[in-house]
Write a protein that binds this ligand. Structure first.
Ligand SMILES: Nc1ncnc2c1ncn2[C@@H]1O[C@H](COP(=O)(O)OP(=O)(O)OP(=O)(O)O)[C@@H](O)[C@H]1O
Length: 502
């Protein structure tokens, strides 16, 4: 144990400018953890360092296992640890800490003269070392350097995270407050290890959300794993998830590594968890509770470190009441819920989505770019999209393939969806290109077709609403009704029950 020499008491020990958050552009408060089994030494260091290091909180812990628990719960900017501790060798502790936080700056306290130990500590990832007994000014110098290094590393990581975040959320389109809330939730959850239940209708981006949670997490260096539970027959699903040993059942000729083991260190999405058979739910619950896995036919359990995400579009509460889903599994999975919004809830994002999807699919299909007119976007915002973004994607693909025009208007949509019901304007104008009729008759025919096409488009856009159609056309309601009567048009024919009520 060291005793502080008189000259190293607070206020007298270091003449370099005090370390402040401002002087090295640090975050407001930094946290140092000191790990040493000598309690007097810990308390002494805590007192001195708290006094000397401005904007730094110094925590102390005498037990290495408790230290590991603390480190897994919060970030420390710097850890100062002793090499010799009875419960756990400081070298092993250093390696365990690295596994939890690969970027933390660690400084070892080694016995005087044991230079091999110091070298070994640095080889294993320590940033620097101080030899005991040390002078406080020397320790402060090393700590300051360590804090500065940490600051640089964290800034670098933050920059990298910002780039990753941008790329991650680039696969999401949407700027409505609802989507922004979803991004915030994903971001907040990514930094935790919580099991997350992602709920939402089909095609709302549940898998996309799961991937984003993984891509923004510390596990992102590992590949993301996903299994679509109902896609795998019940007899195979157990092996697929938990693996099996050779001879576990007829046909098990070799050992098979299950997804839980493959995904060790990474993230596993159990897609459509509502469809997992009850028999497997019990085993899944055990794995989640114990973080241990025993393959089929195996005799030994293995510790695993897998972050589980589960997704469903089903009413799990109803399944629980029908006893087809275990309530305890539900609570184990549902530590936090993320909800992906329906397309109807983010209808204001539809123009953005149309723009993005038409660019994306035009490129994929290698066809010239096309875009949706404002009137089309407005019309599509009024529709119901029971299949959500996936349905919108299919719709855009269909339109790009079948619509010949560069600007997609409501009438083109109508023509693709109900071929033959609306004459296109280009069809109407073909008469002018090939004048086979007297002028007055040809003009009336074109006008007639123009008016029919124009009003039909309007009514289609407004879902058969006469007042809105009249307003958009700059006509009175009466004039609009008159045209409709003349053309024998019924508003009901333009109302699509799948679209929103007016
Ligand atoms: N906000 C969004 N922006 C852009 N594309 C999206 C968005 N949400 C979903 N998608 C796309 O829609 C498609 C369906 O998404 P995803 O598979 O994640 O949905 P899901 O909810 O998991 O569907 P299901 O329950 O049917 O499996 C994917 O191609 C995905 O990239």
């Amino acid at each position: 144990m060291i005793a502080y020499p008189a000259r190293s008491m607070p206020g007298q020990i270091d003449h370099s400018p005090p370390l402040t958050a401002k002087s090295i552009n640090m975050p407001q408060q930094q946290h140092i953890l000191i790990i040493d089994d000598e309690v007097d030494m810990l308390q002494g260091l805590q007192r001195v360092l708290s006094f000397e290091l401005e904007s730094v909180t110094v925590s102390i812990v005498a037990n290495p296992l408790e230290a590991l628990e603390l480190i897994s719960k919060r970030n420390y900017e710097l850890i100062l640890l002793d090499v010799c501790m009875p419960e756990m060798n400081g070298m092993d502790l250093l390696v365990r800490i690295r596994e939890i936080d690969p970027h933390v700056t660690m400084i070892m306290m080694t016995a005087y003269g044991s230079i091999e130990t110091a070298v070994e500590a640095i080889r294993r990832g320590a940033y620097d070392f101080v030899t005991k007994p040390f002078e406080i000014p020397d320790l402060l110098r090393v700590l300051r350097k360590g804090l500065e290094r940490n600051q640089l590393i964290r800034e670098n990581l933050n920059l990298k995270a910002k780039v990753t975040q941008k790329n991650t959320f680039e696969s999401f389109i949407g700027q409505t407050p609802t989507m922004r809330r979803l991004y915030d939730t994903i971001q907040a959850l990514a930094h935790t290890n919580y099991t997350v239940l992602i709920r939402g209708q089909s095609g709302t981006g549940k898998e996309l959300a799961a991937r984003a949670i993984h891509d923004l997490s510390k596990r992102k260096a590992h590949p993301f794993f996903a299994v679509n539970c109902p896609a795998i027959p019940e007899q195979l699903l157990e092996s697929e998830l938990f693996g099996h040993k050779k001879g576990a059942f007829t046909g098990a000729d070799t050992d098979y590594t299950g997804l839980f083991e493959e995904a060790d260190g990474s993230t596993l999405l159990l897609d459509e968890i509502g469809d997992i058979p009850v028999s497997l739910q019990t085993k899944l619950l055990r794995v989640l509770q114990e973080q241990e896995l025993r393959p089929l036919g195996g005799t030994r359990s293995k510790k695993i470190n897998v972050r589980i995400l589960a997704s469903t579009n089903q009413d799990l509460e109803k399944k629980i009441s029908e006893r087809t889903f275990r309530e305890d599994l539900f609570y184990r999975l549902n530590v936090v819920t993320v909800r992906t919004p329906t397309l109807r809830e983010i209808r204001d994002d539809i123009p953005l989505l149309l723009d993005h999807l038409s660019k994306q699919f035009s490129a994929e299909l290698e066809i010239p770019a096309k875009h949706f007119s404002l009137a089309s976007a407005e019309m599509l915002m009024r529709r119901n999209w029971p299949g959500n973004i996936r349905e919108l994607q299919n719709f855009v693909r269909r339109m790009l393939i079948f619509c010949k025009e560069e600007e997609i208007e409501p009438m083109h949509i109508q023509a693709v969806e109900n071929p033959g019901t609306i004459p296109t304007l280009s069809e109407a104008f073909q008469i002018c290109e090939m004048p086979t009729e007297p002028y007055i008759a040809a003009r009336n025919k074109v006008l007639e077709q123009f008016t029919r096409s124009y009003v039909q488009n309007l009514l289609f856009t407004t879902n058969g609403n006469i007042s809105r159609s009249a307003k958009m056309a700059g006509l009175s309601r009466v004039a609009m009704q008159k045209i409709m009567r003349r053309m024998d048009m019924q508003p009901l024919n333009f109302r699509n029950p799948e679209r929103c009520p007016q």
